[in-house]
Ligand binder design. Structure first.
Ligand code: SF4
Length: 207
């Protein structure tokens, strides 16, 4: 089992076939580096399922950017219809806790569950997410959730800590190179409010 980014690189080089990977993506900028890193080894399909995003116009804007970037890479994009009610139910009770709290843990889990179910339904070999590229996201939580779902659904989870080895920095560069829209808040209505109140860092603070 892969337990570190170092082990992930060894594992990637050991692959002799190109397994089918369902890659959950939160937005085009975060997916850039991950796609460039993994497309040598996997047949990737991007899965855009982000009911956390508010408002709907922002969800659509990020989806369109994702499609634009993936078209240039000859990668298919699957997406789910927007349903913020599902997200609100998943994080109920944690709304006011702030970024990096249990609200985010539940948000990661909610989106990874949708991903693993879709991967199972469509017969993918692996699933993972771009979420760990962000310095604001807790990779330990993401990997723990991924392992739990791997066992529950009997489908491989690909270890995810893509911020490592300048991954985040490279995603910022690639987003600029490809002229992609890059949001300045994480996504949910709460992070939008927290940004406007000046709480915490934004996605752009690290660029
Ligand atoms: S801040 Fe980001 S990760 Fe946390 S709950 Fe909101 S959208 Fe999800």
């Amino acid at each position: 089992m892969v337990n570190s980014y170092k082990e992930l690189k060894v594992f990637l080089k050991s692959l002799t076939e190109r397994p089918k990977l369902l890659l959950h993506s939160c937005c085009a900028p975060c997916s850039t580096h991950v796609i460039m890193l993994l497309k040598k080894y996997f047949d990737i399909t991007v899965f855009y399922s982000n009911d956390n995003i508010y408002p709907k116009e922002e969800f659509v804007k990020r989806l369109n950017e994702e499609i634009k970037f993936c078209q240039g890479q000859a990668i298919n994009v699957l997406f789910t219809e927007y349903n913020e009610e599902d997200y609100l139910a998943a994080i109920k009770g944690y709304e006011t806790l702030g970024e990096k709290s249990l609200r985010c843990y539940e948000c990661y889990k909610f989106r990874l569950e949708k991903t693993v179910k879709k991967a199972k339904e469509l017969g993918f070999d692996y699933f993972t997410t771009t979420l760990s590229i962000s310095p604001h996201k807790n990779s330990e939580w993401i990997n723990a959730i991924g392992r739990e779902l791997e066992n529950k659904f009997n489908i491989n989870f690909l270890y995810s800590d893509f911020k490592k080895e300048e991954g985040y920095k490279n995603s910022v560069k690639l987003a600029k190179d490809y002229n992609l829209y890059r949001q300045d808040y994480c996504g949910c209505r709460y992070s939008l409010r927290e940004r406007s109140l000046g709480h915490g860092k934004t996605e752009k603070d690290n660029s």
